[in-house]
Design a protein around this ligand. Structure first.
Ligand code: XMP
Length: 519
């Protein structure tokens, strides 16, 4: 069940499996209104106790006529809460309220135009009788409206592109207002959230911090908390937030696993311990990890070795501190959404690890202050906490670090080569002012050598691949079309400055079918 103590105004999104469900949530939160995504089969009792000010039924890949198609309790429509059905959500609403839906194997996918007939409520701000561009992605369509509904907009394909039952405050749209391709889609969402549901834009980072601090103090009282600090955005924000809440009762443990970026350990110690005055337990385990990684070439084995050793060391450190009762973690909202669509088929492709398994093993209670936030919201939170941009805007970095960017065996020598390449990529991407616009940009060291010529000498050295991708959440990713001038600059610098590399290539695979990391 959702924790219902701090958000007084909520929008509930029931997920029917659409790839766009998370976007709906983001569009609402951008308006400073809190919302949560839950699976479509959330019980009516839970929905009632969530006390939503509005409910959105998402799209989904099913047809309402499919056997086992996701259903909801008809009673939902009697709650007197405004409802917006999007695509599948609209078709389901139509069917359950007595209208007709036509099944079709033909999908309408892509840009389409709607003509607005009524712009007084949901479509306020859309010019009447004009055409507006929207994004469609559906097979089935509504054929006849339930009693009391009327048309707000039509499209070439349907007289019911947007519909409403104004008295009951129930609305349906065939298109997707949450995707950017729908012009003015955000206005429609604002109309629903503010005018129709009556929400206020009260959910700010400042209010979030105040409430979280209060909550953590009440929970922890005088007891001790530990936090695994990785230097990444999420764990850093957790550490700073908690230290504001409970000061000295918090100890952060930072494990140098030997597969970090250049000077990373020094930077983390300097920032958190020297500047922010946090209790920091620095564990230099470089040698231990490298020893464990000797001869390991299988990607999954590397991940397991690093994950297990990390847990072992973390546990050992934690035990040294007496009376620790809580473990703070930077779990984000996308990790906890139980939505139908989110985890998707790719969830088990790689064994991602954070500090999995630790809390149960050590009998610790979890504190996860970010579990309701998306990544960009965590960054906003960090900014509000006064943290430096250098930490807040960091690109994600995987737990197993450079070990999964060195194909083949991980040795100190190969790590140093990759660290130097990585540093150059970072510098050049920052110099081009692209760092904050790219989800991840990095170098990968390949296990092959090729022939080159430098000066008048033949060389036989390593190949490095560059990777730069954009992504919303890491689940899918597009290749960034880096300008040739930047690629050339990086390539020249890497080959000239890093001993042991004589060739640089650019990875142009999207995810899927590629993954972001090479291992
Ligand atoms: P892939 O390579 O699966 O990565 O496309 C998706 C995102 O997750 C990051 N990643 C990890 N993060 N522990 C982490 O904390 C891990 O084991 C791990 N493996 C991959 C990756 O950098 C990308 O952002």
């Amino acid at each position: 069940m959702p924790k219902k103590d701090i958000h007084t105004e909520n929008i509930l999104i029931l997920d029917f499996g659409s790839q766009y469900t998370q976007l709906i949530a983001r569009r609402i939160r951008e308006n400073k209104v809190y919302c949560e995504i839950h699976p479509y089969n959330m019980s009516l009792a839970d929905i009632k106790s969530f006390k939503p000010k509005g409910i959105i039924l998402s799209g989904g890949p099913s047809s309402v006529y499919d056997e086992g198609a996701p259903m909801i309790d008809k009673e939902l429509f009697k709650l007197r809460v405004p409802i917006l059905g999007i695509c599948y959500g609209m078709q389901l609403m139509t069917k359950l309220l007595g209208g007709e839906v036509q099944s079709s194997n033909k999908r309408e996918y892509g840009s389409a135009k709607i003509k607005v007939k009524d712009s007084t409520t949901l479509l306020k701000g859309f010019v009447k009788k004009r055409e507006h561009e929207v994004w469609m992605s559906h097979g089935d369509k509504v054929e006849a409206l339930p009693k009391g509904f009327h048309t707000l907009a039509v499209s070439k394909n349907s007289p019911f592109a947007a519909v409403a039952h104004e008295n009951k405050r129930q609305y349906g749209v065939q298109f997707h207002p949450e995707v950017v391709h729908t012009k003015n889609g955000e206005v429609m969402i604002e109309n629903f959230v503010f005018d129709i549901c009556g929400c206020n834009p009260a959910w700010t980072m400042k209010s979030f911090i105040d409430m979280e601090i209060k909550k953590v103090r009440e929970l922890v009282k005088g007891q001790k908390v530990i936090c695994a600090l990785s230097g990444g955005v999420d764990s850093s924000v957790v550490a700073v937030l908690l230290s504001k809440a409970i000061g000295d009762q918090l100890t952060c443990i930072f494990v140098n696993n030997g597969v970090l970026r250049k000077n990373e350990a020094e930077k983390v110690v300097s920032l958190f311990s020297d500047n922010l005055n946090l209790n920091l337990d620095y564990v230099d385990a470089e040698k231990i990890f490298l020893k464990k990684l000797e001869g390991v070439t299988d990607p999954e084995k590397k991940r397991k070795v690093i994950g297990n050793e990390f847990i072992y060391l973390f546990e050992r450190e934690a035990k040294k501190m007496k009376g620790v009762k809580f473990l703070a973690q930077g779990t984000l909202y996308p990790d906890v959404i139980e939505s139908v669509s989110f985890k998707g088929p790719s969830a088990m492709i790689k064994s991602h690890h954070n500090v999995g398994g630790l809390p149960e093993k050590m009998n610790l209670k979890l504190i996860e202050p970010l579990r309701e936030l998306f990544k960009d919201e965590v960054r906003a939170l960090g900014r509000e906490l006064g943290m430096p941009d250098e930490i807040i805007n960091r690109q994600p970095f995987p737990g197993p670090g450079l070990a999964i960017r060195i194909i083949g065996e991980v040795t100190k020598e190969r790590l140093d080569v990759l660290r130097d390449c990585d540093e150059i990529v970072l510098q050049e991407i920052k110099r081009a002012k692209l760092y904050n616009k790219i989800w991840q940009s990095f170098a990968v060291l390949l296990p092959i050598k090729t022939v080159g010529v430098m000066g008048d000498e033949r060389t036989y050295e390593n190949v490095v691949a560059l990777r730069a991708v954009n992504s919303l959440d890491g689940m899918t990713a597009d290749v960034v079309k880096l300008p040739y001038s930047i690629l050339m600059k990086i390539s020249n610098r890497v080959i000239n400055e890093v001993r042991g590399v004589n060739r640089v290539v650019y990875d142009i695979s999207s995810k899927p079918p590629g993954t972001i990391e090479w291992e």
